[in-house]
Design a protein. Sequence first.
Length: 320
Amino acid sequence: MNLFFAAGLALFVDRMIGDPRFIPHPVVLIGKYITLFDRRLNRAVASRNVKRAFGIFLTLTTVLIASIIPWLFLFLLKRYTTVWLAWTINVFLISTTIAWKGLVKAGGGVLERLQTEGIEVARREVSMIVGRDTEHLSEAEVVRATVETLAENIVDAIVSPVFYACIGGAPLALLYRAANTLDSMVGYKNERYVDFGWCSARLDDVLNFIPARLTIGLLWVATWMTKNNAREAIRIMQRDARKHPSPNGGIPESMVAGALGIQLGGVNFYGGIESRRATMGDPSRTLQASDIGRTILIVHVTCIVILVLAGLGGVLVWQL
């Protein structure tokens, strides 16, 4: 199987059809598994070491199940049916790990609400894609929350799954998606998850390390092609990326901040509790609704660049 072609085609398939509701989604099944074990294993009475041990067990079983089952399924398809059917299923499974269509649809939904229905409806819309409190956000804060989500998910929802698909097809892409889902569900530093989610958070950091740094080049090209400030994107990334609590999330967020000439980060509230995050970018102007549209365009162009690179990689492998 030419994995570069498979990964590129999967990215295209996701853009065209997204995640049809009538087809069971692997990430939903992964999420149910995590929720079940979170309820059963993450008990308040457990000691710190016991919680970490249970968290390690959850992390290892989740990523192994998420990768071994599709590997075995594809192996059996290839052996007892046809290579082309196995390749087609491989492409579809990879597409379920990518969220190009879902990401821009979510961002576009917030933009549309801001432009047509007002701040109250936009707050409710953005609450579906961020974990922070949104009831009292200003328009600029709604825009900031949306741009931050779009930027960070360039790595999590696009570059990383495509990267791992190019290396190991659907099994490795699903392993990554399982690790990323674990991090989004239990990888918090609050009292409940600081120990139980420790392994999940660390694994997600490790798996995103290389893709996040590959994203530097992709975003530089995308910001240049969209006529944003590519030079400033690199400068702000070099200055501010390390301020982000994630070793990887700061790269796309700081680059988008620099490219658009805005400042991201600052004060958020979670359950009424204030959380201060270091700022990235310079506060040269107030964020505007149009910044969401500009970020969506950067996402689109980044994906097109990835499609081209996947195609070139596929041709190279084909020739070899």
